[in-house]
Design a protein around this ligand. Sequence first.
Ligand SMILES: [Cu+2]
Length: 274
Amino acid sequence: MCKNDVKKRKDLYPALLCFSLLFLLHSSGVYAFETSLSDTINDPAPGFDELWDTVMLDITIMGVAFAALTLWFMFRYRRKHPDQVGDGPRFSAVQAVGWALIPAFIFMADDFYLAAKGWQLWNKYRDVPADRMEVKLESGMYSWDYTYPNGIQTQNLLRVPAGKPIMLRMTSRDTIHSHFLARYRVKEDSMPGRVTYLWFYPKEEDIGDKDNLVTCTEFCGVMHSYMIGRIEVMVPAEFDQWYSEEESRLSRKKSNATGESMVTVTKKNIEQGS
Ligand SMILES: [Cu+2]
């Protein structure tokens, strides 16, 4: 082995140091994520946010590490005079394979780790809280039609009490739509002939927020971008009042309709002389 080779190999030590640092930095991020996940059992939104932040942190560290390494290589191995011929370090087969596999292993380990965290979070999210309110949603070009457990219906406006998990059981009367709640970090397709669901957790700080929007995130037709709804988070007592008032209005409407149809039948009978 000539002296020159040994020197060039030594030049690669900072690169290996970079990878090791990257791994250590990431490990500390992993620990922070691990400890905070257990605090977010009920509400999936902070978990999705933390996972997103971890992905951003990882790709930033990797990007910066690679950019720094590239710049350093460019500087260290620059051509010093016009007729200089390159002379790279000679690696043994084991060193060459190690140089390729160790970084690949670190990055794949990070990828698998993030994928596993995403899977774990998704599984938690699919475990819907038992103490919830279920609302049916039928989507159609171009509106969101909600039906509450007591039968009252709203369009493009979902009123919910703060502090109660809300589950939507969704279907569609025409094509595929996707109910997206940006604030709660959840979305799910609604489609004809199938019932899908999503749930979210409205909180007190959401009360009075006029920008708590529902948007359709599946291109569903020419008016797709106008398919906008709103989530109105209410003080629980006010919600209960609204809910029972609407319920009694609905039952009055139903009894009036029944009364009207009885009158129609009676009129018919009179006309027919029976
Ligand atoms: Cu749509």
